[in-house]
Design a protein around this ligand. Structure first.
Ligand code: ZN
Length: 205
């Protein structure tokens, strides 16, 4: 009787369109970050599904608010292999342009990365629920081995992503940075946050 090889399930990628609902995110002259991230997430889902190699789930497929920890909880509950949070930054009055990729660390790579994490983490404060206290507790998990392994995997994916993006789009200098992003704190799902560009730049927008 011939052996039948069990087919491994296709890897599950959870795509997280940043912001939503009462939290518009960064504001451009014609766009809101929450709409850019949702449109890109839907396009990325379509593109990945078309390869036939992945399963893809979005944390939101409409204009709703989801607290940051609920976003990575969706990835954990579904047993995701990879979590990608999509964002777009804004620094009005500058000509800042380009994409950058962030992974979790309890120590920020530079002041800019730290400021960006603080800005992105404000999403929960907007909804009237300040989770910064709980985030402190979670940062204790960073020393945990499982989390360290996850952080290594996240960094490896970030390097691949930066390398590929560089071929197609403008990137910030030091394209891979790290800081304490609350949305990246799943201890067991490799996670990256992609800032796709600047809505404050008319060219990026
Ligand atoms: Zn954002």
């Amino acid at each position: 009787k011939p052996m039948v090889a069990q087919e491994a399930p296709r890897p599950l990628i959870v795509i997280d369109p940043g912001h939503g609902g009462i939290d518009p995110g960064a504001l451009g002259s014609h766009t809101m970050e929450k709409n850019v991230t949702l449109a890109m997430a839907k396009q990325l889902q379509k593109t990945l599904l078309a390869t036939g190699r992945f399963r893809v789930v979005l944390t939101r497929d409409k204009d709703v608010f989801i607290p940051l920890r609920d976003r990575f909880k969706i990835a954990r509950d579904k047993g995701a292999d990879l979590f990608i949070s999509l964002h777009a930054d804004s620094i009005p009055g500058t000509d800042a342009r380009g994409a950058s990729v962030y992974t979790l660390s309890d120590k920020a790579s530079d002041a800019e990365a730290e400021a960006l994490a603080t800005k992105e983490n404000k999403s929960d404060v907007i909804n009237g629920v300040d989770l910064s206290q709980q985030s402190q507790t979670v940062s204790g998990i960073l020393i945990d081995l499982a989390q360290r392994e996850t952080i290594n995997l996240s960094s490896r994916f970030a390097s691949i992503l930066v390398g590929d993006l560089r071929n197609d789009t403008m990137m910030l200098q030091n394209s891979h940075r790290f800081a304490g992003f609350a949305v990246l704190k799943a201890p067991d799902v490799p996670s990256v946050l992609l800032e796709m560009g600047y809505v404050s730049s008319s060219a990026d927008e």
